[in-house]
Design a protein around this ligand. Structure first.
Ligand code: FAD
Length: 469
């Protein structure tokens, strides 16, 4: 009987424990992608980008004599139906770690078990399973540095090669059409603009890693902090959909370190931040929904996502150039530089006294590299409410940060059209992507800061001191 291979955030063929094992069984394999209850809930940009990934994987599967069968609806219902249609008695998938996907998987497992259909979940999304990393007293890690040190010397294993062919069933079950799903339907910012900035699929992800290791990893330690420089790998967009395996990235960086590349050590540490985010999310799913530290429930954050402050922040019109450049980069490209993510996060939660959840949800709607664990950890870290967070009183000054990390003003010029006689394409792309009702144009005056750097800092610190009194 065939095995149903339910692919989710593992949209690749190499470095794929599930596929390797499935091929070894010799059984016919039916790869499936489901537009299920979890996909349904995703933000506009992640779902749009996911659609592109599915399209690419379907092509790659075709090329090795297989197919990707698409179905829409509740996961359990789709899998039940597919099992009945194909005679499959087993459904395999790679494990997920965020609470929504875990709830779906638990329900699916129970429902299929009840019908005697075998289910199995596999590793592959992480270097190490979250419960396999423990403190000396048997608990989970809440602080990054000891977590990172505990992984030193542990070998995640070599990535598995891609299978040359996947055994096909005699007859394929019918598939829905990706075009009919219209996964970019909520991209009112114009999917066409964002699409120009994407790097989609397994081959492109692999090429990106190779280029990064050959050309940029050496200087990564310093270059990674500069939003005006293309100094990072860009791999988040591929890692989040599993277009490339984490072991593949980790091994490549280990090899670069062996070869003496200076920045490789820093890069490995960043990959471990991703690992740490999943470790924490696994042990404390509230990382996504609530202040990890309950004392923050008393902080007077605004929870109004439509306040004038939150609105100006989302639209890149706060009058703080670093913040606005970054928010525009996000809207037009679906990405934002890591340093910029920290600056806009600090400005929102401190200067604008707005809850990190507002920023978290906006990112989840706009990022093509949206990742449930990394996004939640990033926001709780910058807000100060998370485990091992930046202390709240360390308020980033968006003006001095700009002078330091965008010394020639190139990042700001790239994204802010106002005041430039011939704005570059990037800045115009943002204006093209912005909905008309935002009322933006290159000719308008650039706004004065809605909350000044010093004023906002004082107000945030006063509220912080008042929190516990
Ligand atoms: P590189 O610098 O090339 O790093 C390589 C990889 O390491 C990344 O692809 C990523 O998988 C991992 N990594 C790097 N930095 C971090 C980090 N700080 N935390 C966790 N993993 C990291 N990352 C996402 O992938 N998705 C998100 O939704 C996301 N939201 C964030 C929100 C906030 C408020 C902050 C402060 C950070 C967020 N990050 C998120 C982390 C980080 O900004 C991005 O991973 C990074 O900018 C991606 O670019 P890159 O692939 O070129 O990274």
């Amino acid at each position: 009987a065939p095995i149903l291979i339910w692919l989710r955030r593992d949209l690749r063929l190499a470095d794929h424990p599930l596929l390797s094992e499935a091929v070894m069984t010799g059984a016919p394999l039916i790869p499936v992608f489901l537009h299920d209850e979890v996909v349904e809930e995703q933000g506009a940009a992640p779902r749009f980008r996911l659609g592109r990934s599915v399209e690419s994987l379907a092509r790659d599967l075709d090329a090795i004599g297989s197919k990707l069968v698409l179905r829409r609806g509740r996961a359990l219902d789709s899998l039940r139906a597919l099992a009945a249609e194909t005679g499959a008695r087993a459904v395999w998938w790679s494990r997920a770690y965020d609470p929504e996907a875990r709830a779906r998987d638990a329900e699916t497992m129970e429902g299929l078990d009840a019908e005697g259909i075998e289910t199995r979940d596999f590793t592959g999304h992480l270097l190490f399973e979250p419960e396999s990393v423990e403190t000396k007293t048997g608990g989970y890690y809440k602080v990054y540095t000891p977590y990172m040190k505990s992984l030193r010397g542990r070998d995640p294993g070599a990535p598995l090669p891609a299978s040359a062919r996947l055994p096909a069933p005699d007859r394929w079950p019918p598939s829905e059409s990706l075009d009919d799903w219209d996964m970019g339907r909520d991209m009112n910012r114009g999917g066409a603009v964002v699409a120009q900035y994407l790097t989609v699929g397994e081959a492109a992800a692999r090429a990106r890693l190779d280029r990064f290791v050959a050309e940029r990893i050496e200087d990564y330690g310093l270059a990674r902090d500069r939003p005006d420089i293309d100094g990072t790998s860009g791999l988040s967009e591929n890692l989040t959909y599993g277009e490339i395996g984490i072991r593949t990235c980790y091994r490549a960086a280990l090899a670069a370190r062996e070869a003496g590349a200076e920045g490789a050590e820093t890069f490995l540490k960043e990959l471990i931040w991703r690992e740490f985010a999943y470790h924490l999310l696994h042990h404390t799913p509230r990382l996504i929904t609530r202040n990890w530290r309950a004392e923050w429930d008393r902080f007077p954050w605004s929870e109004d996502g439509h306040s004038p402050e939150a609105t100006a922040w989302k639209r890149g019109r706060t009058g703080m150039r670093f913040v606005d450049a970054a928010m525009r980069e996000l809207y037009a490209t679906g990405r934002m530089h890591n340093r910029a993510r920290m600056i806009v996060g600090s400005y929102l939660t401190k200067h604008l006294m707005t809850h990190w959840k507002i920023g978290h949800d906006w990112f989840a709607d706009c990022l093509i590299d949206w990742d449930p664990a990394n996004n939640a950890l990033g926001w709780q870290w910058i807000a100060g409410s998370g485990p091992d967070a930046a202390p709240y009183f360390r308020v980033y000054n968006p003006e001095s940060q700009l002078a330091k990390f965008d010394p020639d003003g190139a990042y700001v010029r790239a994204w802010i059209a106002e005041g430039q006689s011939a704005p570059p394409r990037t800045a115009l792309d943002f204006l093209a992507a912005a909905p008309r009702h935002w009322g933006l144009s290159a000719e308008m005056a650039y706004p004065a800061p809605i909350v000044g750097a010093a004023e906002g800092r004082d107000r945030a610190l006063a509220a912080y001191r008042a929190r516990d009194t």
